[in-house]
Design a protein around this ligand. Structure first.
Ligand code: BGP
Length: 462
């Protein structure tokens, strides 16, 4: 075997409540922004399959957990939907939700699969969004109460908690590039939202550490290494550094080092876009850093210095400071339009080792969305997704190299287990180890990659 991984490496996959559960109107669930948006503007949602039914995990979780076992999982990440547990965002706890999440957690544990539980996966309760969502400090406090409720209810069994998945995405999607509700373009609000998310994360970490629960709490970040077009061109290098500050170090530094990057603060100060900070906030951020970091890695950023002067009508945007450029001959996933650059995962892990105290981390998402996978169905009805096996292997080789050089990486979670609903693409691109037949009662079939993953994890390498 060429690539052997350490004993107790976490093998598994990641998903989220809104993308898998379905039953968005049943069992007393409140609306999240996604449920609301899907109802209000269904034309925005690619093929009309939405969070209303998703992959029906709410009903099929037992079967799904058996399938996780058959695909070599020793751990699985999902999220608790705030709007399911506390339909109004604050106040009364929904007993149906408590039962459901208890059942899922217990079933995972009974099958020797460790639950990794995330508290926020883009799914602001609508009642909280009506108050401004992350723009509003009151919502930060409501979120801390929701997190405490989760620790009380499930903390005896859940030992790995995460405060957010990809907190930069609601900023980009909701307030800059319009792919999340509230679908605005407003850099000032974007900065405030990002700041409140970072503060909320630190407050929740503080709350967890104040309990006597034995476990770890962290955050999951999508890190996009930013490579300058020309490493010898100072302007390109500077532009790449700015992109890195906005999209990576904003949350990475605040989560791991307890402070925001000084170059980002200087830049926001220069353009008069600093957020409103209250007394004591920065101490909370300083003193409540993560125990563990999840790294979602899909693609890098290719950056060059800004060539045109044109700004935007809406004032400053991160990309007023740099341009993305098309690099010839790069390997692309044509369906999602994302570059496949395996070495990026190694560069991230090296950066964490060298510049972030070798923080304990794991790969919390990595994956390949492919359209039209039914064309790979073989005569036994299984999808032969050899491309996905290659994709995982190629990334794992770099994870292995990082490990050999001393990286503190503890696991690898694929996005995702069952094909699931995507925020902007519905079921167009499939990511799962297991297919979901939307035409046939969401029947599950393990793909070739799922069988391969099972073998590979049993051997702890390949
Ligand atoms: C990540 C999100 C996931 C998932 C994945 C695939 O950024 O954390 O929720 O959706 O990307 O992306 P998409 O579904 O947009 O193709």
């Amino acid at each position: 075997m060429d690539f052997k991984f350490p004993k107790d490496f976490w093998w598994g996959s990641a998903a989220s409540g809104p993308q898998t559960e379905g039953v968005y109107e049943g069992d007393n669930k409140g609306d999240s922004i996604w449920d609301y948006w899907y109802e209000e503007e269904p034309e925005k949602f690619f093929d009309q399959v939405g969070p209303d039914t998703a992959s029906a995990f709410y009903h099929k979780y037992k079967e799904d957990i058996q399938l996780m076992k058959q695909t070599g999982h020793n751990s699985f990440r999902t999220s608790i939907q705030w709007s399911r547990l506390i339909p109004e965002g604050v106040g009364e706890v929904n007993q149906e939700a408590v039962n459901f999440y208890n059942n899922v957690i217990d079933e995972l544990l009974a099958n020797d699969i460790e639950p990794f539980i995330n508290l926020f996966h883009f799914d602001m309760p609508m009642k909280m969004q009506e108050k401004g969502g992350w723009e509003n400090r009151e919502v930060v406090e409501a979120y801390v109460e929701f997190a405490k409720t989760c620790f009380d209810l499930f903390g005896d069994r859940v030992k790995k908690w995460f405060t957010h998945n990809e907190p930069i995405v609601p900023v980009e999607g909701g307030y800059l590039y319009q792919f999340h509700y509230p679908n605005q373009v407003d850099m000032k609000k974007a900065v405030q939202v990002a700041y409140h998310e970072a503060l909320a994360s630190a407050k929740v970490i503080k709350a967890y550490h104040e309990t006597d629960l034995e476990g770890e709490i962290g955050i999951i970040l999508n890190l996009t290494p930013s490579y300058p077009r020309d490493e010898n061109n100072e302007e390109d290098v500077k532009a790449a550094k700015i992109a890195d500050a906005f999209f990576n170090r904003s949350f990475l530094d605040s989560s791991v080092k307890g402070e925001f990057p000084s170059d980002l603060i200087d830049l926001l100060d220069e353009i008069d876009y600093l957020p409103k900070i209250e007394d004591g906030d920065l101490e909370i951020i300083k003193n409540n850093t993560v125990d563990i970091l999840g790294v979602n890695y899909y693609q890098p950023r290719r950056i060059k210095a800004k060539e045109t002067e044109e700004g935007t009508e809406n004032g400053f945007m991160p990309d007023n400071f740099f341009d993305n450029y098309e690099m010839p001959n790069r390997k692309m996933n044509p369906y999602r339009g994302w570059e496949i650059y395996e070495k990026g995962i190694y560069d991230i892990l090296t950066d964490l080792r060298e510049n972030y105290g070798n923080i304990k981390c794991f790969i919390s998402e990595n994956g390949m969305g492919v359209e039209g996978e039914e064309r790979y169905i073989n005569e036994d009805g299984q999808i032969d997704d050899d491309y996905r096996i290659e994709f995982v292997k190629d990334h794992l080789k770099y994870v292995h190299q990082a490990l050999e050089e001393g990286s503190n990486v503890r696991g690898y979670h694929m996005w995702t287990c069952m094909d699931n609903w995507s925020w902007t693409n519905a079921y167009k691109n499939r990511y799962g180890f297991i297919s979901v037949d939307l035409e046939n009662e969401r029947k599950r079939t393990i793909k070739k990659s799922g069988h391969w993953f099972n073998e590979m994890t049993k051997n702890n390498g390949f």
